[in-house]
Design a protein around this ligand. Structure first.
Ligand SMILES: [Fe+2]
Length: 237
């Protein structure tokens, strides 16, 4: 499994070069313009909790790897609550009609966010515990990269506006460690998992797919934020 972890690190490095990260790190772009991407995460943030609860978690299994995944899912199944609170604090909780909300959630602007969830379901629903763990590790690597860049921005927002951010802030970063959480010495455990050549090849493909869908997702966040320019919500739908 060591090779797979190394491959994840390599993919993370490529991921960190995406234009969305340059946009987030640009000191000349106002913080609120960066945070204007927030609504476009909606299908992902809401769907990810359910993925953890209903797909990644399997309490009927005695498999030790599945048990590691189960523990992790209890951390990741409720972060959508933080997302809702941040939307509120960002002033993005405007009232729109029910049909406008539906149009937005299934719009082209949020397609990449939905696609991440669909792909993660596809990759993990009938997967072995080891394959699930590989997907979790790849997802965590993208999450840690994202929140490492996002948390200082949200901190800047806090000092400008006076409200703390949870999903986009340090609270989230502190639990998105870059690895599955809840199990001590996990990195060692993972490194010592032996994969056959075929399993290893499959693992590389899983990692590739995870990074591909998250990269598309970040590109779509960038387009959304740039289009928004200022904090706006769903009126344009
Ligand atoms: Fe999370």
């Amino acid at each position: 499994m060591k090779d797979v972890l190394e491959f994840i690190s390599q993919k993370r490095l490529e991921f960190s070069q995406l234009p969305f990260f340059s946009f987030l790190k640009d000191p000349n772009i106002p913080v609120l313009e960066k945070l204007a991407c927030a609504p476009s995460l909606a299908p992902f943030s809401m769907g990810f909790g359910e993925l953890n609860k209903y797909v990644l978690r399997d309490e009927t299994s005695d498999d030790p790897i599945q048990k590691i995944i189960n523990k992790h899912t209890y951390e990741d199944d409720h972060h959508w609550l933080w997302y809702l609170e941040d939307l509120q604090n960002l002033g993005m909780n405007h009232s729109v009609s029910f049909t406008q909300s539906l149009r937005f959630l299934w719009s082209e602007e949020t397609r990449a966010a939905r696609q991440v969830i669909y792909e993660l379901y596809r990759l993990t629903a009938k997967a072995t515990p080891i394959q699930r763990l590989i997907v979790v590790e790849a997802v965590e690597a993208t999450g840690n990269e994202f929140f490492e860049v996002m948390a200082p921005i949200s901190y800047q927002h806090r000092s400008e506006i006076g409200s703390n951010m949870l999903f986009f802030g340090h609270v989230h970063l502190s639990v998105e460690t870059g690895h599955a959480t809840g199990t001590q010495d996990l990195e060692n455990i993972i490194q010592n998992i032996h994969l056959s050549e075929e399993e290893c090849q499959e693992a590389f493909e899983l990692v590739e797919t995870v990074f591909k869908v998250f990269s598309d997702f970040l590109d779509s966040m960038l387009s959304y934020a740039q289009k928004s320019k200022n904090v706006r919500v769903l009126q344009a739908v």
